[in-house]
Every structure is written in C-alpha cells, then in structure tokens.
Ligand binder design. Structure first.
Ligand code: AKB
Length: 318
C-alpha cells in the first residue's frame, strides 16, 4: 500500500539522507520534506517541501491534512552539546514537537510515527560495556533527559492510545552529505573533513574516549527496516538499542592514516568530554537483531574509505 510521508526536520544530518532514500522508495511526490528553512536546495527541489517549525502544532496538523499524511518522521531536535548551552530551548523543541506528533497520531489518519532516541538516554550509572536494552537510565544532559522522557511518552501513547510509534537509540552517526550540528559525536565527522582539507585535526575529546558509532547508510537502513517491520514483531515501544561499531578518536585517526599516512591528530578536550564520559562505550542491540533482523554492514575501515572518497570528490569539485 502506498504511503504519504511527512519528514519534520528534513534538512538536518539524518533528515537529509532519510528524505532522499524515502523519495527513492515511495516516489518523490509522496514524501513531503519540511524544515524551518530552505537551506538544502537539493532537497527543496527534489519533491514537495514545506516550511514548518516543529514547535507549531497547527502547522504540522495543516500539513498532514493537506497532504493526507499517514506516516510522520520527526527528526527535528537540539542535540547534546547545544542542549547544554540552551537547556530550555532543547526541552521546548524536543518535547513539544514530540507531543504535537503523538497527539496528532492519536485517533487520526496518521498510522505510523518515527521518533529518534539516542545513546544519550544512558548516564554514568549505566553499565558502560555492552549496555543492555533494559538498564539504568539516569542521563545527565538535557538532551538525554528529553530522550528518556520522550521514550516513556512513546510507550505510553502506544499502550494507552494504540499509536504505532517506533524508535531507535541512535549512536553517533557519521556521514558525508549534511553536517551534524551540536552533538558530542560530531568529532567523528569533522575529522574526515579536516583530514581532506588540512591533513590535521584537533579533537575535542581525549584519545581514549570510546563511543558507539554508525555509518549513515546503516542508520538509514535501520530506520526504514524498523518502519517496515510488522507491528506484531516489535517488542519495544520505547526505543530500540542499536549498534554497529565502537571506536576512540585514536582508532579513527589510525584508520584515516591507512589512507592518508601524513594525517595528524591532537587532543584538546572541552566540555563535551564530560558528556562523552557519561555515555556507554558499546551497546547490546540483540533485541533489535532478533525482533526485526537488524544487521549493520560498515566497520570502521569500510566507513573511512567511503568518507574519504566522497569528501575528496566534494572538495575537489567545489
Ligand atoms: C549527540 O552527540 O548529541 C548525538 C547523539 C549521540 O544523539 N549525535
């Protein structure tokens, strides 16, 4: 059955590539991209686009009505580092946008909702290695608190009102199209850009900080596979643990050096170090693997190859 999809926050790091892939699958005319501005012209010109502030309930509602939307991907959010600078803005955007979409989905023609959670739901009291699906979640960032509370509300709306909401706890996502903004894991994208542009990088995390990460292609596949999975297979309605690779800044620098031997890295940890230290280093995602057959494809070196190739072309062409 064909789907009419709305993506809120389509110009962000994940939204950009999710929109492109959904347009390939469902047809450009069936995938309405929206964001607060038109900063990504490729996306604006490749299918329907609406300017929508995710905090504006009526704007989302009108768009859903006008386009007969049955599926919403809510990708707008303030991430961990920005959230620490603007706590109230992070709370306002991250929570109210979720309530708007969940309330719209309750008893309406919206049949499915996707909302991303994050490894930021975990905190310093969570087991750091192989973090289980069900475990202690005492986040110490505003962003993490919004994700933890959001997960509770997703499960609540599913249980009480039958809303078919699905969610993944994304690790740090690495991609070469849109830049991430305001996250603690952003170093793992910046490092590739700087390797190509200047051959060196000053990292804002220390060399042994190990975090769960994933290449964008895997993250998009996971998102689409979860949304296509039969509802009865899903045992988790808060958010699924999701994992691919774990590495430190030193590991990623060594991986880059296999392609660019003269690459140099230095370390100048800032306030983001404390955020990274409060998060797990590896994640047990066996529930996702069992429920809907999740499998990742990219390891660190395969990802490095693609990142350097694609960014090399991008900087050469511009
Ligand atoms: C961040 O660093 O804030 C995000 C995340 C892990 O959710 N990339």
């Amino acid at each position: 059955m064909s789907s009419r999809i709305l993506i809120i926050g389509a110009c962000g790091q994940i939204g950009t590539e999710l929109t492109t892939r959904l347009r390939e699958i469902y047809g450009a005319e069936n995938v309405i991209a929206s964001d607060i501005n038109t900063r990504n012209l490729e996306l604006v010109n490749s299918g329907p686009f609406e300017i929508i502030d995710a905090k504006n309930f009526n704007a989302i509602k009108d768009c859903c009505k006008n386009y007969n939307i049955d599926t919403v991907y809510l990708m707008a959010a303030l991430l961990s580092a920005t959230g620490e600078k603007y706590p109230m803005e992070a709370w306002d955007l991250n929570m109210n946008s979720l309530f708007h979409v969940l309330n719209l989905a309750k008893g309406s023609t919206i049949k499915k909702v996707y909302w991303p959670s994050s490894i930021a739901v975990f905190g310093p009291t969570t087991p750091r290695e192989n973090t289980p699906q069900h475990t202690i979640c005492e986040p110490t960032t505003v962003y993490g608190i919004t994700k933890q509370v959001g997960e509770r509300w997703c499960e609540y709306y599913h249980e009480k009102y039958g809303v078919d909401v699905r969610s993944l706890r994304y690790p740090g996502i690495i991609s070469h199209k849109a830049m991430p903004g305001g996250g603690t894991t952003d170093y793992a994208v910046e490092i590739y850009h700087e390797a190509i542009k200047t051959g060196k990088y000053e990292c804002f995390l220390s060399e042994q900080t190990s975090l769960p990460m994933m290449f964008m292609d895997d993250a998009i596949n996971a998102t689409i596979d979860l949304m296509r999975a039969p509802s009865e297979n899903l045992s988790i309605r808060s958010s699924y643990n999701l994992s691919a690779i774990t590495f430190t800044p030193e590991d990623i620098a060594n991986s880059i050096k296999t392609e660019i031997p003269e690459f140099e890295i230095s370390y100048q940890p800032d306030f983001r170090q404390a955020i990274a230290d409060s998060w797990p280093s590896s994640i047990d995602d066996s529930v996702a693997r069992n429920d809907w057959n999740w499998q990742h494809r990219y390891d660190l070196n395969a990802m490095t190859k693609v990142m350097l190739e694609e960014l090399g072309k991008k900087y050469r062409d511009n």
